[in-house]
Ligand binder design. Structure first.
Ligand SMILES: [Mn+2]
Length: 327
């Protein structure tokens, strides 16, 4: 990848203290990039704090075994962040995604740089190290660590493995190439353990979660000649299983795995006149446009809508719009 790391290497070598930040609702690429880079900079004798706007979600907390990521407003203030020589933003280049850290960053007297792979881009800092073809920010951090000539340890390699594995959907997204596997090989040689990473991420379901998925899968209906699959999790399903609404998060992807299905929708009943819907689609279809008709939004292949309507009413309106979009 043709990024010129020299200006950032110079900045790093000339500085002593660093604050690393990423986007709100941080994912494994955000957190893994922060942790990998923090440990690498510490290997150079630098002082590093990781300060995010949001806490690490509990289901990925094991990426940070020493619990060193701080949350703005909890143990750390804007003034603490301003005390650093350098402020680095990882895995976003949009002011909006920084939440309350945006103001901290804007008003900081620190030198600033961004390392990111997203398309959307504000001019956050004079030093923007962006490579939109990179499969993960973790991949760019690995390149930086190697450019700094720091020995990869298991501690540095493991969070970077989390970052690349999750941002590539475990090595299957179109961004993946031979270079991805060569980077992963270096991380595994350094001590990252794919089996352990996978297991800490995906073998942590509760019985209730698996059971509520079962109820959603049992009720799948096909429409539009098998091109639309839809189902619902009702209040009664939550009561029967003891599952939480958040337990239904990814079940919609199972509906999309049915051969011939182009759009999948899972409704979740939240109350007598309140529900939401998750939409997923294959690349030929854009579900964001359908979601936007009802005030929702998201991405072309993954969108969501909230309704202040009874479940049956929301179902008939949204499914009619999806079917119309398939014509
Ligand atoms: Mn990312």
């Amino acid at each position: 990848m043709p990024l010129n790391w020299k200006p950032l290497l110079d900045l790093i070598h000339a500085s002593d203290s660093f604050v690393l930040t990423s986007h709100q609702r941080p994912d494994c690429d955000a957190l893994g990039s922060e942790l990998g880079l923090a440990l690498a900079l510490e290997a150079l004798g630098k002082r590093v704090r990781i300060i995010n706007a949001d806490p690490t979600p509990p289901h990925i907390a094991m990426i940070d075994p020493r619990n060193r990521i701080e949350v703005l407003g909890d143990s750390v203030t804007a003034a603490d962040a301003h005390a650093a020589d350098v402020h680095l933003i990882l895995d976003t280049s949009a002011w909006q995604q920084l939440g309350p850290m945006a103001d901290v960053f804007r008003t900081s007297p620190a030198k600033k740089a961004v390392i990111d792979h997203h398309l959307s881009s504000d001019d956050l800092a004079p030093l923007m190290l962006k490579e939109t073809s990179a499969e993960a920010t973790g991949r760019l951090v690995l390149e930086l660590v190697e450019a700094l000539d720091i020995k990869l340890t298991a501690e540095i390699a493991t969070p970077l493995f989390y970052a690349i594995a999750t941002d590539t959907g475990w090595f299957r997204f179109p961004s993946v190439n031979a270079g991805t596997f060569s980077a992963l090989a270096r991380l595994v040689e350094a001590g990252a353990k794919p089996t352990e990473v996978f297991s800490t991420l995906y073998d942590q379901n509760t019985l209730a979660r698996v059971q509520v998925h079962g109820r959603v899968l049992e009720q799948i209906e096909l429409a539009a000649d098998g091109r639309l699959a839809h189902s619902a999790a009702r209040i009664v399903d939550f009561e029967a299983t003891g599952a939480e609404v958040s337990d239904t998060e990814d079940v919609v992807n199972r509906l999309l795995s049915i051969s011939g299905v182009e759009v999948a929708v899972v409704f979740v009943e939240l109350g007598p006149e309140r529900c939401k819907a998750s939409l997923r689609s294959r690349q030929s279809r854009d579900v964001r446009r359908v979601a936007e008709q009802f005030g929702g939004g998201g991405h072309a292949q993954a969108a969501g809508v909230k309704f202040d309507l009874p479940l049956v009413e929301a179902q008939s309106q949204l499914l009619a719009a999806v079917i119309a979009s398939l014509e």
